[in-house]
Design a protein around this ligand. Structure first.
Ligand code: TYM
Length: 327
């Protein structure tokens, strides 16, 4: 069985973009792949965090995974910081990553532009992500479009190390980007990614938004004056984004959505999109409320930590030996 891994940062509130780009797909893939899913809590501290909020967000993200349908029997679920090999291996990988290559990461360029005193971790974070991936010999890495460049970096690092030490230490992973919804855009400014850190919350649907808020945000989403439900991201970014959301959540193709709404006006189409989002998110929220204090979560996480630590240790130890870090 092919193996996959993905992670989400436990920062702020998880968005519909995170759900469509990553979590929903992991729920589909768990039937087909040996799946690992984790909370990327060490990634979260690349920017300042409030310790109490961070602590709460970690467990809450696990409850959310389960509420979304991530099955602990079909996935290994764990917290990144509970497995010490991620950071240890990251250091060795960092020492094999050219400085300039990290400077080319578009996410770093965007994030560092917005901050004055950003941490070195913000710069080196894609190497930690490479470590998350390479420790497990995965075949694929399901993510949204915004993480593709980071997965490509992981491939480059793996290829470079395999070549340098003339040994197949790492499997070369492939990014697995969804056909639909690989990038969900902000509802107010549909030229920007829907992001947890958006300044205007009206453009972002959070998985915990109540029904009224979801409907209001979708009904006031930016569109255009043409009144045609047609997918044309360059000229109609707002409508195209709503089509992507509807297509992803109803498992339909973009063409099928265009056909279904060919005679609808924007008000009718938006209402159907809102209905679809509500139908998806409200049951998740109800399950989440039941799960958040569940004792089962600790058991799942203990098992995840123990299993992944064994796998990760082997890879880390192999790398240490190959490069001469042993007695
Ligand atoms: P993060 O926490 O920013 O995002 C989690 C996942 O959600 C996807 N995503 C989106 N997809 C579609 N539309 C959007 N608007 C949108 N916003 C976010 C992201 O692509 C991602 O799949 N570095 C990663 C976490 C990470 C990771 C890993 C992922 C750490 N190590 C190893 C995979 C494998 C991150 O910050 O994702």
């Amino acid at each position: 069985m092919k193996r996959i891994i993905t992670g989400l940062q436990p920062t702020g509130c998880i968005t519909l973009g995170n759900y469509i780009g990553a979590i929903k797909r992991m729920v589909e893939y768990q039937e087909r792949y040996e799946s690992f899913i984790f909370v990327a809590d060490m990634h979260a501290i690349t920017v300042p965090q409030d310790p109490i909020m961070l602590h709460e967000s970690i467990k809450s993200l696990i409850a959310l995974y389960l509420a979304c349908g991530i099955d602990p029997k079909k996935n290994t679920i764990f917290i990144q910081s509970e497995n010490i090999y991620h950071a240890n291996m990251s250091w060795i990988l960092e020492c094999h990553t050219p400085y300039g290559e990290l400077g080319r990461m578009t996410q770093f360029k965007d994030k560092s532009k917005k901050k004055q005193n950003f941490s070195s971790g913000l710069y080196t974070y894609p190497v930690l992500m490479a470590s998350d991936i390479l420790l497990y010999d995965v075949d694929y890495v399901p993510t949204g479009q915004d993480q593709k460049q980071h997965v490509e970096l992981a491939r480059n690092i793996a290829e470079k190390i395999n070549k340098k030490y003339k040994e197949k230490i790492f499997k070369i992973p492939e990014p697995l980007i969804g056909k639909r919804g690989a990038k969900i855009y902000d509802l107010v400014d549909p030229t920007k990614k829907m992001s947890k850190s958006a300044l205007n919350p009206k453009g972002v649907i959070y998985l915990m938004d109540d029904e009224k808020t979801i409907r209001k945000k979708i009904m006031s989403a930016t569109t255009d004056s043409e009144m045609k439900v047609v997918f044309d991201p360059d000229n109609k970014p707002g409508i195209s984004n709503l089509i992507s959301i509807y297509a992803s959540l109803s498992n339909k193709t973009v063409a099928a959505v265009e056909k279904k709404f060919k005679d609808s006006n924007y008000g009718e189409f938006k209402k159907s999109v809102a209905d679809r989002v509500v139908k998806t998110l409200i049951p998740i929220q109800e399950k989440y409320k039941k799960l958040i204090n569940s004792k089962d979560i600790d058991k799942i996480l203990d098992e995840g930590r123990d299993r992944t630590s064994l796998i990760a240790y082997e890879k880390y130890d192999k790398l240490k030996h190959v490069i001469g870090l042993y007695r």
